[in-house]
Design a protein around this ligand. Sequence first.
Ligand code: C5P
Length: 278
Amino acid sequence: MTVEGFAPAKINLTLHVTGRRADGYHLLDSLVVFADIGDRIFAERSDQLSLSVVGPMAAGVPTGVGNLMMQAAEMLSPGRGAALVLEKHLPPASGIGGGSSDAAATLRLLSELWKIPVLEAAETLVLGADLPVCMRPSPQRMQGIGEQIVPVASIPDCAIMLVNPGVSVATPAIFRALGRRDNPPMPDVLPTWGAARDLADWLRTQRNDLEAPAISIQPVIEDVLQALASTEAIFSAMSGSGATCYALFESKEVAQKEAARLTEARPDWWVQSGMLLR
Ligand code: C5P
């Protein structure tokens, strides 16, 4: 029996860095959403735990214990076997949570294959700060270093385009390049957005505090943001620690059209369009 799961791209619509803990980890306040763009994961019964990686973004992705999927499987049920296949579509180390989303999807999938309960979101924090939020791929507000998560019910129907200029970014370096670390959080109570435009208008009043440091390390991010600003997008910004940027659109058709246009203009960039998961 083969079971199959989906590991969607995680997008930080906002990312406010509000402080730093004594251990060096940063306190965040982030509105996180997921898209119907992502990696596929397959699992079947086996005596040994193994992972093979295929697909357009497979190059360089570790297949051994260096892959969070293997660490997640070992954490869920130590010593138990399964043959895992990762079909990699998302660019690695690019601010859209690929590795964390793959690990979270692996936990969901193996709990189905092995018929055991999945871990609590907070328990997965040891695998990475983005793991808890990826355990349930729906809109959430993420605080603390990533362990405090609450669902956000009011994300409107919205199309999205994701663009990566082919550079990977090391998250610790971006945090090190950050100036102020005690920036204001999002409002205590988030608004209720009736339509995509309401969300876009509100996002214009918020920030990704990692955008400026990421641009200082990878100036090409600025080119991506400029390219997105010249589309029919209703809002665009960088996700996570970059380098992937996102643009929001009112309809899937417009997002597809703009993605096709950008792919033609910049064939060296990774460009995808889809819908937000709600
Ligand atoms: O936990 P994860 O492996 O995703 O984090 C990668 C790196 O990003 C950490 O080692 C840390 O340098 C930085 N980080 C941080 N504050 C967070 C999340 C990550 O400083 N909340």
